[in-house]
Design a binder for this molecule. Structure first.
Ligand code: NAD
Length: 320
């Protein structure tokens, strides 16, 4: 029997890599629109095509979508975070949920370091100034990065990579992670409040969960060093955007580097208007190499499960 695989959405120009892996295994690929459709449309796609596997990038794979395909065996995330998938519903129905946890560790940590360097060296600020007709080197308020403390919230794969890179610039590194199995050489593990109080640069690498929603809100921001930099390359919901804008406007934050926003792609006008805000459109994961690896490995996971093998990167333990 030919299995149908539903690709709900994709954040690249075409579905060629996914299609070649799926079709080489004798399966059929049905692709939804590139931009993620609303949950109800995804549920309708699932009802119409009855897939044995779902590959998803950003689209919501709801409990209703999972219930709509009786022969579904795997929901494979084209990415790391699982916040768009009803994992518990999949687990209860005996369906694997997988991700590709390590395809962009280098890229996301580079992105965080990029924001840090852009801030300490004024790269984004002065580029905007010069294009606006202002050549004013005497206005520079730059920082020596090797004298700064970098606090990393979420000391997992990406957090550890950022720590190693920032340490190479001479920063003192502290980290907060209630679940980290171990520390790393040269990294001091601290409670969140202590990290916030001593860091010049705070980098958010914790996943979005019910516990981490608005982990960085008005209270946390008030505990940071005045004029420090906040970087979020994790998920928008971990940081309270309105509180960040207030902190920028009051000078409590000296800058912010955001690759992710709570209501992306909506950007609050006050954030756009603030000169201290550096914003990228959720691209920290992206590079030529990372995208090829991501797409190939997610599709191979689907083929593995449809051919009766267990996945290499299960994120749940499906009920029997
Ligand atoms: P990971 O699972 O290896 O590490 C996450 C760490 O966060 C874990 O060590 C966990 O213990 C810790 N954590 C959980 N709750 C916490 C809390 N309340 N406070 C502090 N730490 C907490 O994941 P990773 O590969 O390092 O990725 C981290 C996150 O980055 C992902 O969840 C994903 O949402 C995000 N991400 C973003 C992009 C992007 O393009 N912007 C790309 C990939 C991943």
């Amino acid at each position: 029997m030919t299995h149908t695989v539903l690709l709900t959405d994709y954040a690249w120009p075409d579905d060629g890599i996914e299609r070649s892996v799926i079709e080489a295994a004798g399966c059929r690929l049905v692709s939804g629109p590139a931009n993620p459709a609303p949950a109800e449309q995804i549920e309708a796609l699932v009802r119409d095509h009855q897939p044995a596997a779902i590959l998803t990038c950003w689209a919501q794979v709801s409990a209703a979508a999972i219930a709509a395909a009786p022969d579904l065996r795997i929901v494979a995330r084209l990415g790391v975070g699982l916040d768009n998938i009803a994992v518990d519903a999949a687990t209860a129905r005996g369906i694997w949920v997988t991700n590709v946890p390590d395809y962009c560790v280098a890229e996301v940590s580079d992105h965080a370091v990029g924001f840090a360097l852009a801030w300490t060296r004024g790269l984004v600020h002065f580029d905007r100034q010069v294009r606006g007709g202002h050549w004013e080197p005497a206005s520079a308020r730059l920082r020596r990065i090797s004298e700064l403390t970098c606090g990393i919230i979420g000391f997992g794969r990406i957090g550890r990579a950022t720590a190693a890179k920032m340490a190479a610039f001479g920063c003192s590194i502290v980290a907060h992670d209630p679940y980290a199995p171990d520390a790393a050489a040269g990294v001091r593990m601290l409670p969140l409040d202590e990290l916030l109080a001593i860091s010049d640069i705070v980098v958010v690498h914790a996943p979005l969960t019910p516990d981490t929603h608005h982990l960085i809100g008005a209270d946390a921001l008030s505990r940071m060093r005045r004029g420090s930099l906040l970087i979020n390359v994790s998920r928008g919901g971990v940081v309270d955007t309105e509180a960040v804008i207030d902190a920028l406007e009051s000078g409590q934050l000296g800058g912010v580097g955001l690759d992710v926003l709570e209501a992306e792609p909506e950007i609050p006008a006050r954030l756009l208007a603030h000169p201290g805000a550096m914003i990228t459109p959720h691209v920290a994961f992206s590079s030529d190499a990372s995208l090829i690896e991501l797409r190939r490995r997610a599709a191979e996971e689907v083929v593995r499960v449809l051919s009766g093998q267990p996945p290499e990167q299960p994120r749940n333990r499906p009920a029997a």
